[in-house]
Design a protein around this ligand. Sequence first.
Ligand code: PGA
Length: 260
Amino acid sequence: MRKKFIAGNWKMFNEPTAASEFIKSYRKLIESDQTVMASIKEGKIEAAVFPPFVSISAAVQAKDNAPITIGAQNVHWEDFGAYTGEISAPMLKEIGATHAIIGHSERRHIFKEDNEMLNKRVKAALAKGITPIFCVGEVLADRENGKTFDVIKEQLTEGIKGVRSGDAAKIIMAYEPVWAIGTGKTASAEDAQEVCGYIRNELAKMFDEPTAQIVLILYGGSVKPSNARSILEQADIDGVLVGGASLQPDTFFDITKAGI
Ligand code: PGA
């Protein structure tokens, strides 16, 4: 039984004070709901937020011992060095981040991060004990030209090539169709399932079936309380990566509950 992983990608929102306030409110919401707390304790769901780098410490402090996972929105492959603007895995670990999003479409398209760079990030994160949330997704033109699966396959194989079998099960995958991010257009639950199922099959080919069955695969793109449940009900969708709707504690809490 794979758990449901409910992730909030805050992007460039929530400075440290706002991050702290968010976590305190969200924490109250989950701690006052016995069903949610029981599901978290039993390992059935996991709630995670990904603040901007500068707000990670504030979020970690505000959560105290509450069961909220805190991650980063990127991670570099070297521990230190002349890489202006980058943050490394040991730096993240020291301030309490355990996960990192890698290859988000905004990194791929706005900041031109390519498959080779992303592959280095994924392998380094795994080697240094940070769980990667590795994102793939097609743009609208790919989908309209019937190229969705080709694009996903290339991003997947290039992005995680060279990952050792034993490490592959630790990767969390996220399918985020670029045309559905921040647009209000969600992939239908069936379309999302089709691609997430495809990703699981490809993982079985690249590694093996037991590994593919362990990997958590998330869907992201205009997820909100009203569509989260139907998405989370799909056989190969183990969670959601939520942008806009993760910025309000009560809305993100409603999405968290949809994972139960
Ligand atoms: P959205 O963003 O929920 O605002 O569409 C999702 C994401 O980019 O992770």
